[in-house]
Design a protein around this ligand. Structure first.
Ligand SMILES: [Zn+2]
Length: 338
């Protein structure tokens, strides 16, 4: 079947909240007030769609639409986003990792943020490298950043902070970072505090099922939020498969969209996606979704919310939405010729 000639802007969110409910404080990605105003603006100009609808050629959809996604499965989705989405008649695709549910563990990305907030970056960094030296020696082992293709990590941080964040998230082997973070977390927040942090941070299994009942899409954000291209083919496949199996067992669906953690993916990722029979893969490449992206479904681009609305006025940015605005007048409905 021909891929549809539709276009879309996909906007990604993570945490949407006003204040932290407890000591487990996370940087809010957006506030509910701003989100409310964003939905009001979008709904005047474009219909909303889910990722599974957008990539389905049999699905009737307008030429231009806006796809909202939430990564990391934050509880904020039901606490803050859901009432606003329903108020504006919007739908969304929500991507969750399996590890918090299967193992009762925080994803490293959130563990790092909790530690950074609680200790302050300098104390956290000193404690981390002291622990590294104690366990693994003074020579730090670093993996290549080649998978990122020159992507500018942490452009707004000073060099010491940038170096530290790269070590934590991308360069020191997982087998070394994970035990250090676990020990620092237990020491900082208390033994047994991780279960409480998991409950506060992520949607519960019941909340996930509730979202399905309300017409939202649940998608795979893998097992443990690892950077897929840092892993070999078999390990990538396993990360994706465990994430998909968890959701399949929970909600009974068999076909899923995947949001690649941090947006990174490579040929091995695509091969794993094909072999596992997955529907489509979402990246963090910042551009509008073109019809060609829906033919080769493994690298569908997404914007971050910060790319789409002015930080001051919260107005929709024309540079983003004008790319699909032609569809408002119906000019994109020429027939598929291939
Ligand atoms: Zn994520």
């Amino acid at each position: 079947m021909n891929a549809p000639l539709r276009r879309a802007v996909s906007i990604n969110y993570h945490f949407l909240r006003t204040t932290a409910p407890s000591q487990f404080a996370l940087r809010a990605h957006e506030t509910p007030e701003r989100f409310d105003a964003q939905l009001a603006q979008i709904s005047k100009r474009f219909p909303f769609c889910r990722a599974d609808q957008l990539v389905d050629p049999t699905r009737e959809l307008p030429d231009s639409s806006v796809m909202l996604t939430f990564d990391d499965g934050a509880r904020d989705v039901t606490t803050w986003a859901l009432p606003l989405l329903e108020k504006h008649g919007a739908t969304a695709s929500i991507f969750v990792c399996a590890q918090p549910y299967l193992e009762g563990r925080l994803l490293e990305i959130q563990k790092i943020e909790f530690l950074m907030k609680k200790l302050g970056i300098d104390a956290f960094r000193d404690a981390f490298y002291a622990s590294y030296e104690h366990l693994f020696g003074t020579e730090i082992e670093r993996e290549s950043l080649d998978f990122a293709g020159g992507y500018g990590f942490y452009r707004y941080d000073d060099e010491a902070v940038r170096r530290f964040k790269l070590d934590l998230n991308y360069q020191i082997p997982y087998a070394q970072v994970v035990p250090i973070l676990d020990a620092l977390f237990a020491k900082t927040f208390g033994e047994g505090s991780e279960a409480e942090a998991v409950r506060e941070t992520y949607l519960s299994a019941d909340e996930l099922k509730h979202l399905i009942d309300r017409g939202f899409e649940l998608g795979v954000h893998t097992h443990r939020h690892r950077v897929l291209p840092r892993l070999d083919f078999e390990a990538q496949k396993q990360e994706i498969e465990i994430g998909a199996t968890f959701l399949r067992d929970l909600i009974g669906q068999t076909e899923f969209t995947v949001a690649y953690p941090y947006g990174f993916h490579d040929e091995n990722t695509h091969r794993a996606m094909r072999e596992l029979g997955l529907r489509a893969g979402l990246t963090m490449e910042r551009r509008a979704i073109e019809p060609s992206d829906l033919r080769d479904r493994w690298s569908i681009p997404r914007y971050d919310v910060n790319d789409c609305f002015d930080r001051e006025s919260n107005q929709m940015l024309d540079a983003v939405f004008s790319q699909i605005a032609a569809g408002e007048a119906g000019c994109c409905s020429q027939r598929a010729d291939e």
